[in-house]
Design a protein around this ligand. Sequence first.
Ligand code: UDP
Length: 413
Amino acid sequence: MNKSFILKPKLKDYEPIIGRSALEELKALADKLSGKRILNINSTYIGGGVAEILARMVPFMNELGIDARWSVIKGDNEFFNITKKFHNALHGKKEEFKDNEFEYFLEVNRRNSQELDLLSDIIFIHDPQPVALIQKRGHTGQKWLWRCHIDISNPDEKIWNFIKNYVEKYDAAVFSAPNFAKMLNIRMFLIYPSIDPLSNKNRELSREQINAVLDKYGIDKKKPIILQVSRFDYLKDPVGVIKAFEMVRKNMPCQLILAGGTATDDPESDKVLAEVKEVAWKNPDIHILLLPPDSDIEINALQRAATVIIQKSLKEGFGLTVTEALWKGKPVVASAVGGILLQIKHKITGLLCHSVEGAAYAIKTLLTNPEYAKRLGENGHAHVRQNFLITRHLKDYLLLFLCQYYKEELIYL
Ligand code: UDP
């Protein structure tokens, strides 16, 4: 399949989606930052949501006339094994640490702080890996901001206390959702995640492209499709989705697609997948699609082909799959957990559920009321356009930077 597209959209490409005034607003904010140098630092140029967002944000800022740059810290396998354990422990997983691992983490940060060109007005550090670069902070009036992209609401306390020691040396910390954050004694900002409407995952696709993906996976084009896209993880409750589907399937013809990958860093995912296959194997209307990484167009096509999209998570971070589904104007049934509550306003932008039976009832409601389903989908699309697109994310970053100079005073554009 041809995956080529405008690889690097320009801001003007977003005008048909967000309107000219939103672009003018970005320009006005950017002008206020004229002369300021902004340096983003994370730990990789490729792979993962943070790198993906930076790969868009930095060129957007440059396009707006801002001197924004992006550097990464250098580390070896030992360093990244340690930071992976930090990551898991910050998510609440029990991990064993040796004292020399903390020392090595600091040593690599120290080495990077000597090698990196840190001449900038704002140093914007992403996630825990480079957090200790702050030790290089001098008395230059530089602003140091820490952007936390992960959920640290329930961390292993030992690791969090270690990281917090550095975080509280920053001018401010930025979290992605209220339920991801920890109280700190520095200024705190809330900036929601976003999706890029022009990425392969979300851009418009032709009917032929969608059909090609359905054919590739042997999906019946005539039967209504219920879809959940998720890693095979207990917290996404794939078995609960199958149970809800089977309740619906008793009364009306439809098919279920569970699409997702297993993560190499999650040993449990193979077990979950095996369990799902065991529950589903007798039912020819259930399609379990194991997607390789980089299946953005396939996911996009499946979401666009779906009649109803479900996200029956038992716990959820922000829930980007819900954002993606709403953006495609789909009626969504999703559990009332985590960031889903910011996205689904019950009976307005989708339907919330609290159980297998509730999910089945909501799916039936949508399948039997296409007009209602369509209205929810349209509202959902508008809600995402207003709140969860990358251009809003960019605006929040510009405001965040400006706030460092204007403190509590109002900013007049
Ligand atoms: N996703 C993917 N491949 C998969 C499963 C999910 O690319 O096999 C994408 C999905 O489209 C979404 C993201 O990964 O963009 C998952 O984000 P979400 O916040 O929904 O859940 P998480 O996996 O972070 O818990």
